[in-house]
Write a protein that binds this ligand. Structure first.
Ligand code: BGC
Length: 801
C-alpha cells in the first residue's frame, strides 16, 4: 500500500488567516484529551490558539452580560504543554530573535497530518539576511495507547553556520478560554492554585485546579536533548503559573540537534486523596523514549483503523478518513472508561463551550457498528444524568425525564439564556433550550444501540429506565385538545432552531413541531413494546420502581396514536401555523447578502425576525426521513391516523428544500441522506457540502473554533448506512443499497451478529460479505425483495444487487 495515498492531510504554506482552521483540523487526541495542532512556537493571540482539552473537564463561572449575571459551564482549556521557544546564538554574535512562523526569516513552512500513524508534523525553514539557514521539524503525538501521555520531538538542522541554539521548553499555565470571539464578554479564567516543581531528569511539573466542580490537573513535561550535552538546562524558571527550562545547545553546520518534550497528564476530582502532580512527575520521568512511544502509538492506531476503517477511493475517501480520524480522537476506546458525552465540537476547540447536544444521534450509529463499548459508555453518560433529567421535568411540572438541550458535566441544562448576534451586536434571549426533542434522540439511541448490538442487558437495565422515563415525559406533556380530538405538544422549538416563537407572541415556543410529535409517538410506542418484551420480573420491578400503572401506559398508547401532526397544502407542516407564515424572498436575500446561512442573524440585524417566515435553519421535518425508513415512517403516520404516501413525502421534501438556509452543518448531511434514499436529483450536492463542512469551513470561520463532530461522523454513516440502507438487527444484516454515481465502490468492516470484523464490499451491482473465521453462527443477510441468505464464518459471498 502506498503509505501516503489518501492518508495525509496537509498545508504547504503558512497563512496566518487560515491558522485557526489548520489548528483545529490538525488536532491530535486520544479520547481522553486532545491538543490543537498549533505551532509550538506561539502562545495564544489573534493568529494562534493553542488549546488542550480533557474530556468531561468542565468549570462553571458567572459572568456579567448586558447587566445580568449569567452562568456558563465551559470545557476548560488546560495549560499549554507544547510551547517551545528557540533562537540562534551564532558564535561571537548577539542572540537572534525568537523564531516563529510569523518571523520575517520564515522562508517555507509545511504542516502534515499523518492519519495512519496519528502524528502531526510541522516543518519550518528560516534564513537570515546573511543566508544562514535553520530547518526546524516538529513531530507531535497524543498517545492512543496510553491516554495520559503525549510527546513532541523537535529537530534543528543548521545550514551555513555553527554556534549554539537556545531553546526554552515551557509549560504555560497562564491560559484562559479565549478561543471564541463571541464569548469574549464571558468569564474565561478557569484555572487557579498553580504550583510548579522541577525534578531530576529534566522534568518540570505544574498543577492547578478548576473551581466548580473542582478538578485537580497536573501536567509534567520531561525535556530531553540530543546529542545529550548539556544534559541540564542552563536555566530553569518557575513563575507563578508555569515553568521554563532553557538549554543552550551547540550546533554545527550540517548537524542536527533534537529536543523532545514528553508530557504526562494526570487529573483527579478535587478532594480525592493523592497528589496528581507527584504522579505526573513520576510518569513523565519514567515515560519511554520518543521512538518507543511512537511505535506503541502507531500500533494502537493500526488496531483502531482495522476495527473502524471505511475505505472509499479518491478524494471523498481522503476527507472521510480525516472525519473518521477526528471522530476516533474524540471518542476512542478509552472513552469507554470515562463518564462523558458526545461534545458537539469535538475536543478541538471552545465553540458551544464543549457542550453535548443531540448530535450523538449522528455519531452513535457509527459507534454501534464499530465500537459498541464506546456507544454503550456514551449512553451510560445519559443514564447517570437521568436523575438530573427527572429533576428538570419535575421543576417544569412534568413527570418523567426531560433531558437538557445542552448538557455538560452535571447533566443540568447548560444552554445559555442570552446569545449575541455578532451582526447587530445585540444580546438576545436564547430559547433553544425548548428543544425537548433531545430526549427522543437519547431514547432512539438506546433502542438502536440495543437492536444493532443485541445488548439486551443494557436495554433491559439502564436503557429501559431512560426510554420509559422519556416516554412518560411525553405522555405527561401532551395536552388534549377537545376541539381537535388530539393531543398537542405546545411551546417547543424544533431542530430548525430559527422559529422560537410565533410572530408577535408574548411567550416563546411553537406548537406541534411535527418532528417532535412524531418522534415522541415513536418513543411512546417503543416504551410499550419494551414493557411487553421485558422479562416478567424486570417488568414488575420497573413498574413498581417507576410507579408505572396500567392506567398510565394506557394513556401512553392513546397519546402515541393521537398526537397532532399538522399538514398544510399537501405537505407536513414543520409546526402548527408554519404554512401561514410569510414567504421569504430567497433570491433577494441571496443577492443582497451572498451567504444567508445565518438568516436569523441577518433578519434580526435588519430589525425583522425569522419567526415571520417560512424559512428553516436546518432539516427539521425532513429529519424524520433520516431516522426512519419509508415503510417505518408510513407505519408511524398510520398509527397516528395519517396516510403518508410516497407523493406526500416527496412533496414535503421538495417544499422544505426550497425553504432551508442550511445554517448548520447537520443540514446538508440530512438533506444528502434523504435525497440519496429517495434517489432524488441533487443528492450529491448536499453530500459533498457535508463532506466539505469543516475542510472548507463552509459555515464561514466556525471550524477554527472546533470540528462539527455530528457532520463528520454523519458523513461516514451516510456511506455505511445511508447508501447501503444497512441495518444490523436481530434478524441479521439488512442491506438495501441505493446507488450514488459519485461513490460507486467502497468497503468497511463492522460488528454484527456476534462477529467482529464482518467485511462489506459494495461494487456497482454487487455486494460482498465476508464473515471472519471463528466459532460464531452463520450471519443472516436480508437483501431487497426479502431475499434471505446466510454467510458462514470464514467465507466471503457475493450477491447481485
Ligand atoms: C445546530 C444544532 C446542533 C448544534 C451543535 C447548532 O447549530 O442547530 O442542531 O445540535 O449546533 O452541533
Amino acid at each position: 500500500m502506498n503509505p501516503g495515498a489518501g492518508w495525509t492531510w496537509g498545508y504547504d504554506a503558512y497563512a496566518p488567516e487560515r491558522e485557526r482552521l489548520v489548528e483545529t483540523l490538525c488536532t491530535l487526541g486520544n479520547g481522553r484529551f486532545a491538543t490543537r495542532g498549533s505551532a509550538p512556537e506561539c502562545a495564544a493571540g489573534t493568529t494562534h490558539y493553542p488549546g488542550t482539552y480533557l474530556a468531561g473537564c468542565y468549570d462553571r463561572r458567572t459572568s456579567l452580560v448586558d447587566g445580568r449575571a449569567v452562568e456558563n459551564e465551559d470545557l476548560v482549556n488546560l495549560p499549554n504543554w507544547t510551547l517551545l521557544r528557540y533562537r540562534r546564538l551564532p558564535a561571537d554574535e548577539p542572540a537572534g530573535e525568537w523564531l516563529t512562523p510569523d518571523s520575517d526569516e520564515l522562508r517555507h513552512s509545511t504542516v502534515r497530518l499523518d492519519l495512519r500513524r496519528g502524528t502531526l508534523h510541522r516543518g519550518l525553514y528560516f534564513q537570515d539576511a546573511r543566508g544562514r539557514g535553520l530547518r526546524v521539524g516538529h513531530t507531535r503525538l497524543v498517545h492512543m495507547g496510553d491516554p495520559g501521555l503525549a510527546a513532541q520531538r523537535t529537530t534543528f538542522h543548521a545550514y551555513g553556520w555553527s554556534g549554539e541554539i537556545e531553546v526554552e521548553s515551557l509549560l504555560d499555565g497562564d491560559v484562559a478560554n479565549t478561543g471564541v470571539e463571541r464569548y469574549h464578554h464571558l468569564e474565561s479564567r478557569h484555572l487557579s492554585g498553580h504550583r510548579t516543581v522541577f525534578a531530576p531528569g529534566g522534568v518540570a511539573g505544574l498543577s492547578c485546579r478548576t473551581g466548580d466542580p473542582g478538578h485537580l490537573i497536573a501536567l509534567a513535561v520531561r525535556t530531553d536533548t540530543r546529542p545529550a550535552r548539556p544534559a541540564r538546562p542552563a536555566r530553569t524558571t518557575g513563575t507563578s503559573t508555569g515553568t521554563g527550562q532553557l538549554y543552550r545547545l551547540p550546533i554545527a553546520r550540517g548537524r542536527t540537534v533534537r529536543v523532545t518534550k514528553t508530557l504526562a497528564l494526570r487529573t483527579t476530582p478535587a478532594h480525592t486523596p493523592g497528589d496528581p502532580l507527584a504522579k505526573a512527575v513520576e510518569a513523565a520521568g519514567e515515560a519511554p523514549s520518543f521512538p518507543a512511544l511512537l511505535a506503541a502509538h502507531e500500533a494502537a492506531w493500526q488496531r483502531l483503523w482495522e476495527e473502524g476503517e471505511l475505505h472509499v477511493p479518491g478524494e471523498p475517501g481522503r476527507v472521510l478518513r480525516l472525519h473518521l480520524f477526528h471522530l476516533l480522537q474524540t471518542l476512542s476506546p478509552h472513552t469507554a472508561d470515562l463518564d462523558v458525552g458526545v461534545p458537539a465540537r469535538g475536543l478541538h476547540g471552545e465553540a458551544y463551550r464543549g457542550h453535548v447536544f443531540w448530535d450523538e444521534l449522528f455519531v452513535l450509529p457509527y459507534l454501534d457498528l464499530h465500537f459498541p463499548d464506546v456507544a454503550e459508555a456514551l449512553l451510560r453518560y445519559r443514564h447517570r444524568r437521568l436523575p438530573a433529567a427527572r429533576e428538570a421535568a419535575r421543576r417544569a411540572g412534568r413527570r418523567g425525564a426531560m433531558y437538557p438541550w445542552q448538557s455538560g458535566g452535571s447533566g443540568a441544562e447548560e444552554t445559555q439564556e442570552v446569545h449575541l448576534n455578532p451582526r447587530s451586536g445585540r444580546w438576545l434571549p436564547d430559547h433553544s433550550r425548548l428543544q425537548r426533542h433531545v430526549g427522543s434522540a437519547v431514547a432512539y439511541n438506546v433502542w438502536k444501540y440495543a437492536r444493532s448490538t443485541g445488548d439486551q442487558a443494557f436495554l433491559y437495565g439502564e436503557g429501559a429506565e431512560i426510554l420509559l422515563e422519556v416516554a412518560r415525559f411525553w405522555a405527561d406533556s401532551a395536552e388534549r385538545d377537545p376541539g381537535l380530538g388530539r393531543y398537542r405538544l405546545r411551546g417547543v422549538v424544533g431542530p430548525d432552531e430559527y422559529h422560537d416563537a410565533y410572530p408577535h407572541a408574548a411567550v416563546p415556543g411553537v406548537d406541534d413541531n411535527a418532528y417532535t410529535n412524531v418522534t415522541a409517538a415513536w418513543v411512546l410506542a417503543r416504551g410499550l413494546d419494551l414493557l411487553r418484551e421485558l422479562p416478567a420480573a424486570r417488568r414488575a420491578e420497573l413498574r413498581e420502581r417507576l410507579a408505572l400503572d396500567e392506567g398510565e401506559t394506557a394513556r401512553w398508547d392513546d397519546v402515541s396514536r393521537r398526537l397532532h401532526v399538522p399538514f398544510h397544502r399537501g405537505v407536513i407542516s414543520q409546526f402548527e401555523g408554519f404554512g401561514e407564515l410569510a414567504e421569504l424572498d430567497w433570491e433577494a436575500y441571496r443577492a443582497g447578502y451572498g451567504d444567508i446561512r445565518r438568516l436569523d442573524r441577518i433578519l434580526e440585524a435588519e430589525g425583522d425576525t425569522v419567526n415571520r417566515y417560512q424559512a428553516s435553519k436546518q432539516a427539521d421535518t425532513l429529519m424524520l426521513g433520516y431516522l426512519f425508513r419509508p415503510d417505518e415512517l408510513a407505519a408511524l403516520f398510520a398509527r397516528l391516523g395519517h396516510r403518508l404516501d410516497d407523493g406526500t413525502w416527496r412533496a414535503t421534501v421538495d417544499y422544505y428544500l426550497r425553504r432551508t438556509s442550511h445554517g448548520s452543518t447537520l443540514s446538508s448531511l440530512v438533506h444528502g441522506w434523504v435525497l440519496a434514499r429517495l434517489k432524488g436529483t441533487g443528492a450529491w450536492r448536499y453530500c459533498e457540502e457535508a463532506l466539505l463542512s469543516d475542510v472548507a469551513d463552509v459555515q464561514g470561520g466556525t471550524t477554527g473554533e472546533g470540528i462539527h463532530l455530528g457532520a463528520m461522523a454523519g458523513t461516514i454513516d451516510l456511506v455505511e448506512r445511508g447508501i447501503t440502507g444497512l441495518e444490523a438487527g436481530p434478524d441479521g444484516l439488512r442491506v438495501a443499497p441505493v446507488s450514488l454515481r459519485q461513490l460507486p465502490r467502497f468497503a468497511f468492516t463492522l460488528c454484527c451478529g456476534g462477529h467482529r470484523g464482518v467485511r462489506l464490499r459494495v461494487l456497482p451491482g454487487r455486494l460482498g460479505v465476508r464473515v471472519p473465521a471463528g466459532p460464531g453462527a452463520p450471519l443472516p443477510l436480508v437483501l431487497p425483495g426479502d431475499r434471505r441468505f446466510t454467510v458462514p464464518p470464514g467465507e466471503e459471498r457475493w450477491f447481485p444487487l
